[in-house]
Design a protein around this ligand. Structure first.
Ligand code: AQP
Length: 343
């Protein structure tokens, strides 16, 4: 933690969009890290960011189902709703309220530089939603409404975390306060950027048209094995040293996935499998993936049968979250100059 944050309670916040099913990239880049940090010296808050999801069109029935399924995925992967605060963003209104203030702090140029805006809006920026452009200000609010000091994320979110710090710095500077912490990104592990199984230059993503490009946490053992068997690779055996993976993105991706699932390093994987063909390595990876993911998908399916319990967990999570967020919003309004209700 930086000295700037010494005054703040060590607190972790992170979120995932319920914009589709969870995949291996979300699991290794984010959820697995969420579970690890739960046991450390932090208060942990994990969120289904439903307000972010609607920056692109979501069918309402699917959005509700995906939000509950994501909650089931968090719990099945090891998030304990007693130890952590588990919420869906829309039940904690202070996220959106602080986001409005941050919309007035952030500059248009900052938003237009965001890679995700450029990627998702594409050439047709005039037709993209205003929410898609403002998304990073809401993300900054998600984090800073908890005064979160640490945010575990995949590599692709690094730029948004930098923007969160820029917003905190500008707010603190403009109002002459040291109110918001400078949040630290936590981008760790062997698979901070899991790539598509069909194209080693693209990240594994919910929105990829090809289901063969990703392993979903709801895939059964046969589907996982088939996707790994058909994953694009080159004809060479695995190299004897890690340097030999530098120009081989697909091979590097599979080695990183193996390392992350086995909780070891890519070096250790190469020490074991260097010189071997994919005909040997892929079945070993498939077995490992099934061993690690099957218990999660089984538990997710069970929890999805207990929708009332999921809804109760989210309601309780929101109550606990608001004990943190309401005072921080009140203080923010005071700093900004809003007249409070008369007592
Ligand atoms: N491929 C990935 N490798 C490692 N981490 C990843 N994350 C996402 N994809 C990978 C991490 O998962 C968390 C949730 O991110 P999100 O909800 O914003 O998901 P996303 O980036 O929208 O995921 P997708 O699959 O890429 O969705 P679309 O296709 O809709 O854009 C974050 O911590 C993210 O880093």
């Amino acid at each position: 933690m930086t000295d700037t944050n010494a005054a703040f309670t060590p607190r972790v916040f992170s979120g995932i969009q319920p914009s589709g099913g969870l995949h291996l990239g979300n699991y290794l880049g984010a959820i697995k890290r969420f579970v690890d940090m739960q046991g450390e010296d932090f208060q942990t808050v994990y969120c289904m960011v439903d307000l972010h999801a609607i920056t692109v069109w979501q069918n309402p029935t699917d959005l509700r189902k995906n939000t509950r399924e994501l909650c089931a995925g968090f719990i099945a992967a090891g998030i304990d709703p007693e130890q952590s605060i588990l919420i869906n963003q829309s039940q904690v209104p202070e996220h959106a309220q602080l986001a409005w203030i941050f919309n007035c702090v952030a500059r248009m140029g900052w938003m237009q530089r965001m890679t995700q805006w450029k990627d998702k809006a594409g050439k047709n920026t005039q037709n993209a939603s205003l929410g898609l452009l403002a998304y990073p200000a809401l993300m900054a609010a998600d984090i800073l409404i908890y005064h979160a000091t640490h945010v575990p994320v995949g590599e692709d979110q690094k730029q948004h975390l930098e923007l969160t710090r820029d917003i905190a710095i500008k707010f603190n500077h403009d109002y002459g306060v040291e109110f918001f912490p400078l949040t630290e990104p936590v981008i760790e592990g062997a698979a901070t950027r899991v790539m598509s199984l069909r194209d080693g230059s693209k990240k594994m993503s919910k929105s990829d048209a090809s289901d063969m490009s990703r392993i979903n946490l709801t895939d059964d053992a046969d589907a996982i094995a088939q996707k790994i068997r058909k994953a694009r690779t080159d004809p060479e055996p695995l190299p004897e040293t890690l340097d030999g993976l530098a120009e081989r993105p697909e091979a590097r991706n599979l080695v990183n996935i193996y390392a992350a699932l086995a909780e070891t390093t890519a070096d250790a994987v190469i020490a074991e499998y260097g010189g071997q063909q994919f005909g040997t390595f892929k079945p070993a990876l498939a077995d490992l993936a099934v061993e690690r993911l099957a218990p999660i998908s089984t538990e997710m399916a069970r929890l999805m049968g207990e929708q009332d319990e999921i809804d109760r967990i989210l309601t309780r999570g929101a109550e606990r979250a608001r004990e943190i967020t309401a005072p921080i919003l009140k203080k923010t309004y005071d700093i900004v100059g809003m007249v409070p209700p008369a007592i």
